[in-house]
Every structure is written in structure tokens, then in C-alpha cells.
Design a protein around this ligand. Structure first.
Ligand code: BG6
Ligand code: MG
Length: 217
């Protein structure tokens, strides 16, 4: 059967989660406060606007609308400096193996990311062509944990939500997948992603047998 496999980008395909963290941390520091790696888990999967709102709340800082826009631009400019240095060595282990296996077995493969930089990143690491459809932060109005991005990613490859499987590294993303009634696969730690249907540390732990089980269920 043809299922839909929907991949988050940041922290699933590439380790850009660390660059988001660094850029937000530097921004917070420039405003005179800091936040922890534990707090950072709440930013993963969340849109740029929602991330800045959370960070400002942590620093008990409020800014004008104009300043808010300026801060988002500052963060993204620094983030893009990291992105511009990326190449295919930053694709996370065994992601290409799984993508190729799915393609060879005629499965639907799409991207479901909150990032407005998704296409640039996929081009940078040279795997844009492995996706049948891209749904990213430019295509949605509601941030994860809202299921909009995954529902659109399913429609884009013409697969029903209940036949879709989502790979996610964030709490908000796992919740979005669950809300879309899709199978959620957490990539990361059990402690953080316990709401997922399955959890793996990374793609090296995802066997062909397991993928076949998902395809045939
Ligand atoms: C998500 C990241 O994939 O995209 C978040 O996990 C990020 O950390 C969000 O804020 C938006 O990304 P961008 O690239 O549009 O700022
Ligand atoms: Mg992510």
C-alpha cells in the first residue's frame, strides 16, 4: 500500500536545531537575559513568531511591533549565516537510506516543516529532489502543535491523514501529528518525546523491517 511519510526538517533531516538555539540564545543575551536548553525544547517545531513571543515572555521583556519585526530579522540573519556554511555532511545519519528505501518502494514522501528557510536548507544539503512535496512555514497560518502543516503535507501527496507517518524531533510536532491522527515517530529522547507512538534516538535505529511494518499496516 502507498502510505505517506512526512518528515520534519530541523532536527530530523539536518541538525539545524543547534543553529536555531544559538541564534535565539544570542538574541536573548543581547536583550540582557538567557534561557536554558530545557526551555529550548519548547521552541522546537514552533514558528519564528511564536518562538520570539515565548523568549520575550521568559525575559519578561515587551517590545513594540516594530522592534519585534527587527528582532526576528536579526535572528534570521544570524541563522542564515550558519545555514550558508552547510553542506551534505550535515544530513543526519541514515536519513538518505530511509528516504531512498521509501522512494524505491513507491511510498509518498513529503516535508512538513515550520521553517520558512526549508527550501534553502534542502538545496544546501542537496536532497530537495528526494521530496515529492514541500509544505513549510510559507504555506501555513497555524503553528505546530496545530495539525495544519501535516494535513497539507498529506494532501500534497494525495494520501489520507490516517495513512500518514510523521517523523518529528519536537514536542509541538509530535502533538501536531497526533492531532492529525497520523502515526507519530519521535526522533530524540524518550523523556522529551513520550507522547509519540514510537521513539528512536536517530534513523540508524529504524530498520527496514520496521518501515515494512508501517507500509503494510
Ligand atoms: C522549526 C524549528 O522547524 O522551524 C524552529 O524547529 C523554528 O526552531 C521554526 O523556529 C521556524 O523556522 P524559520 O527557519 O522559519 O525561522
Ligand atoms: Mg524539528
Amino acid at each position: 500500500k502507498r502510505k505517506g511519510f512526512i518528515f520534519d526538517l530541523d532536527g530530523v533531516i539536518v541538525d539545524t536545531a543547534k543553529y536555531h538555539f544559538l541564534a535565539w540564545k544570542n538574541l536573548a543575551n543581547s536583550l540582557g537575559f538567557d534561557f536554558t536548553e530545557t526551555q529550548n525544547e519548547q521552541l522546537k517545531g514552533v514558528s519564528r513568531v511564536e518562538s520570539l513571543k515565548k523568549i520575550l515572555a521568559w525575559g519578561e521583556t515587551s517590545v513594540s511591533e516594530e522592534k519585534f519585526q527587527e528582532l526576528m530579522t536579526l535572528k534570521n540573519t544570524e541563522y542564515l549565516e550558519f545555514i550558508n556554511k552547510m553542506d551534505n555532511s550535515e544530513i543526519l545519519p541514515d536519513v538518505p537510506r530511509v528516504l531512498d528505501y521509501l522512494k524505491d518502494n513507491n511510498q509518498g514522501v513529503s516535508l512538513g516543516s515550520a521553517s520558512k528557510n526549508a527550501r534553502i536548507i534542502l538545496e544546501k544539503v542537496n536532497i530537495l529532489s528526494k521530496f515529492e512535496a514541500i509544505v513549510d512555514g510559507n504555506d501555513v497560518s497555524k503553528a505546530k502543535p496545530d495539525p495544519e502543516v501535516f494535513l497539507n503535507a498529506a494532501t500534497a501527496i494525495n494520501v489520507k491523514p490516517e495513512d500518514c507517518i510523521v517523523f518529528e524531533d519536537s514536542v509541538a510536532g509530535v502533538q501536531a501529528a497526533n492531532a492529525a491522527h497520523m502515526i507519530s515517530i519521535g526522533i530524540g529522547s524518550q523523556d522529551v518525546l513520550h507522547e509519540a507512538d514510537y521513539i528512536f534516538n536517530d534513523f540508524t535505529e529504524i530498520s527496514t523491517e520496521f518501515i515494512n511494518k508501517l507500509i503494510n499496516n
